[in-house]
Design a protein around this ligand. Structure first.
Ligand SMILES: *[C@@H]1O[C@H](CO)[C@@H](O)[C@H](O)[C@H]1NC(C)=O
Ligand SMILES: *[C@@H]1O[C@H](CO)[C@@H](O)[C@H](O)[C@H]1NC(C)=O
Ligand SMILES: *[C@@H]1O[C@H](CO)[C@@H](O)[C@H](O)[C@H]1NC(C)=O
Ligand SMILES: *[C@@H]1O[C@H](CO)[C@@H](O)[C@H](O)[C@H]1NC(C)=O
Length: 385
């Protein structure tokens, strides 16, 4: 991890300690001594601080840079305003608002220069040895052009156990998602059966997190961990047409622009960071309140049918199952297939069994390119009964 000079957290901390702003500290520590001239002086100092930090802050790359700068500027100016108004009791807490937050540090570490990264979410049940995490990693290590993508994946752990397993594996970037208390008091470490309460709550926490990532100015591919990466998907996404959302589908009807007619699957998608997608994720997460018992993917499909994507101006394209396939509809194109999702499957055990068979088949992918035959997803079929 490289930091620009003066931006390393410890350096900031040292600067803060060795060079406290004497005027600021004395006024703030004794508010009863606030004379009008001191308030004016403090306001002037704060103004200089805001202008300087805005002017000196720069991020590599232009991708989403303006909105990101604006957001940071807004955060910093409100911190300074709070200082002037005496809401914040000391200079130190203002400094915290100035330092990059831990999510920003994690995103910056994983992203390509164009502020794009890959995100996936895991809990203890997914992280166990011989489970979905290991299969996911195996697919990336063995896939065509995928091994070099591993360092651009941020593994977002929903619990400590998953975080620890993640950190025990060399070369992974792990981030522990702090659970905001939702009042139910139980924990999301264990296997969350399809459509159980825990499953649904985990999904909503994920949507809120992904919205936060967009607000930080990062674009990403989100992938469920039960998606096997057989080839580098970036070239197959055909980015560059200015689309905001490219999303996979359980059964593709042949028309990439028909996001209404295709049932969208939120287990694999690319989203570009901009104010349209930030608004979409905001509305999507807010909709959980009026959609009890519905999972996030069904809510997105409902929002789309009610015209939310059109209203927000989110340019959407559906990914075809020839390249971005799953158990609901196998790819018929061995030369094209980038990912295989264990969708249409209920239990983790069945997914692991059938995905193992996919990886075995993928090793023969080149040899059998003309007439690819996937193994039958028999465990997943049985998982519903
Ligand atoms: C959450 O559940 C897991 C597995 O069921 C268990 O190992 C862990 O100790 C639990 N954590 C808490 C905080 O209750
Ligand atoms: C960002 O960079 C990666 C790696 O070079 C590339 O695969 C991807 O297509 C780029 N994304 C955009 C939006 O250009
Ligand atoms: C996004 O920003 C543009 C101008 O920068 C504005 O016209 C548009 O309404 C905004 N969209 C949303 C969804 O906020
Ligand atoms: C498949 O073929 C591509 C290019 O023809 C090659 O780069 C890749 O290593 C091959 N994969 C396997 C598993 O043999």
């Amino acid at each position: 991890m490289r930091y620009r000079r003066g931006t390393h957290p410890e350096e900031k901390e040292r600067a803060n300690r060795s060079n406290p702003n004497p005027m600021g500290v004395s006024i703030l520590d004794r508010p009863e001594h606030c004379t009008p001239s001191r308030v004016v002086a403090l306001a002037a100092v704060c103004l200089v601080v805001v202008v300087c930090t805005y002017a000196t802050s720069s991020w590599p790359g232009d991708f989403g840079g303006k909105e990101q700068k604006y957001n940071t500027w807004r955060r910093r100016s409100s911190a300074t305003l709070a200082l002037i108004l005496g809401i914040v009791p000391n200079v130190r807490s203002v400094h915290q608002a100035f330092a990059p937050d831990d999510l920003e540090v994690a995103l910056r570490g994983a992203a390509f220069a164009n502020r794009t990264l890959i995100l996936t979410v895991l809990n203890e049940a997914y992280a166990e040895e011989g489970g979905l995490l290991d299969l996911f990693l195996q697919s990336m290590r063995e896939g065509d052009g995928t091994a070099q993508l591993i360092e651009h994946v941020l593994f977002v752990a929903m619990d400590r156990q998953a975080f620890q397993r993640c950190r025990s594996l060399a070369g992974l970037r792990c981030y522990l998602l702090r659970q905001r208390d939702d009042g139910t008091g139980d924990n999301l470490s264990s296997e969350q059966l399809y459509m159980s309460d825990g499953f649904i709550r985990m999904m909503w926490q994920r949507i809120r997190f992904l919205g936060d990532v967009l607000k930080h100015g990062y674009s990403f591919i989100f992938t469920d961990m039960d998606v096997m990466w057989l080839r580098n998907p970036f070239p197959k996404l055909e980015l560059g047409d200015g689309e905001d959302l490219l999303i996979s589908s359980d059964k593709f009807n042949g028309a990439a622009n028909d996001y209404i007619g295709n049932e969208l699957n939120a287990g694999f998608f690319y989203v570009a960071s901009n104010n349209r997608t930030v608004a979409l994720f905001g509305e999507w997460h807010a909709a959980r309140r009026v959609s009890p018992g519905m999972k996030e993917q069904d809510v997105l499909n409902q929002m789309k049918r009610r015209g939310a994507l059109r209203r927000l101006g989110v340019r959407t394209r559906v990914l075809d199952t020839a390249r971005f396939s799953g158990f609901c509809q196998d790819s018929r194109d061995a030369a094209q297939v980038a990912t295989v999702h264990a969708n249409c499957c209920r239990t983790k055990r069945a997914k692991v069994a059938d995905l193992r068979a996919v990886l075995r088949a993928a090793r023969r992918l080149n040899a059998t390119a003309p007439g690819l035959r996937w193994p039958a997803h028999s465990e997943c079929v049985k998982s519903w009964s």
